[in-house]
Ligand binder design. Structure first.
Ligand SMILES: CC(=O)Oc1ccc2c(C)cc(=O)oc2c1
Length: 280
């Protein structure tokens, strides 16, 4: 049961927010959807799923990315979930990079996180099913995200190559098992089983990808991003892609940082990238 909590007209389409009771995270979840002009049961549109980064909610991308004019022009719906389960009964920590606001798009195995922190199931299964049931969209999907959400987008696409037509990311954490944010989150959510960690690591997943399942992938990275060397390490993914002939394009952008100023500067390019596969 969806509860509509806001509806605002934008770029000729509609931005709407909803809450619902989630079977994956066992709490109330919120998401936002942008429906382009003309989307209807008679004219269903494809969907770009956007996964946000640490500390974000469904609102950051929708309010700051400036994606609506181009998405409206291209006829693409955008769905932005929250970045974690939330609420009084959901475990939390006094830190920006773990627990509420930092679900890392995994299914936690460790108590007390394993009841609610099942963001992988939520974004891969529950949310798309809900979206396809309640909105005028097709089942054709692409996925993108930023930082922790860039990790989520690439990882989810690599694990589900037939569910998505393309994947992209801004400033993604491409190798979480080899960076401080990822090690902290995976230890907390998944325990010490490094084989389980590898199942959520884009570099490890790309190493094992079969050519028949390769997806077009675009990564944008600012070279003035303070997290580039310690946390993000896009060169690790590029090395694997080059070795395997995986169709990954990394675009380094001079002078850009980790913020939504960067995302808003290149979101049109990412929408055009996805559009060619969403409409193929
Ligand atoms: C709105 C905004 O700027 O979001 C934002 C800021 C910083 C970060 C960091 C440091 C990591 C991340 O995963 O996401 C993220 C998002």
């Amino acid at each position: 049961m969806l509860e509509n909590i806001s509806s605002v007209k934008v770029s000729g389409g509609w931005h709407k927010q909803y809450t619902h009771s989630s079977q994956s995270t066992h709490c109330t979840m919120r998401f936002a959807v942008f429906l382009p002009p003309g989307a209807s049961e008679a004219n269903k549109v494809p969907v770009l799923y956007w996964l946000s980064g640490l500390t974000c909610t469904d609102e950051n991308f929708m309010q700051k990315a400036g994606a609506f004019n181009k998405a409206a022009e291209l006829g693409i719906a955008i769905v932005a979930p929250d970045t974690s389960p939330r609420g009084e009964n959901v475990p939390n920590e006094d830190s920006y990079d773990f627990a509420q606001g930092a679900g890392f798009y995994v299914n936690a195995t460790q108590a007390p996180y394993n009841t609610h922190f099942n963001m992988y199931d939520y974004v891969v299964r529950e949310l798309p099913a809900l979206i396809e049931q309640h909105f005028p969209v097709t089942s054709t999907k692409a996925i993108s995200g930023h930082s922790m959400g860039g990790h989520g987008a690439l990882m989810v696409a690599l694990k589900n190559p037939t569910a998505f037509v393309s994947a992209s990311a801004f400033s993604p954490i491409v190798n979480p098992i080899e960076c401080p944010w990822g090690v902290k989150a995976f230890t907390g959510y998944l325990g010490n089983d490094k084989a389980l960690w590898a199942q959520y690591d884009s570099c490890e997943l790309m190493k094992n990808a079969e050519q028949a399942n390769y997806l077009p992938m675009l990564v944008s990275q600012g070279d003035a991003d303070g997290f580039l060397q310690e946390q993000l390490k896009p060169e690790n993914l590029v090395a694997i892609a080059d070795k395997k002939g995986y169709p990954l394009t990394l675009e380094m952008q001079a002078g850009y940082d980790h913020s939504y100023f960067f995302i808003s500067s290149f979101i049109d390019q990412h929408l055009l990238f996805h559009h060619q596969f969403l409409t193929a």
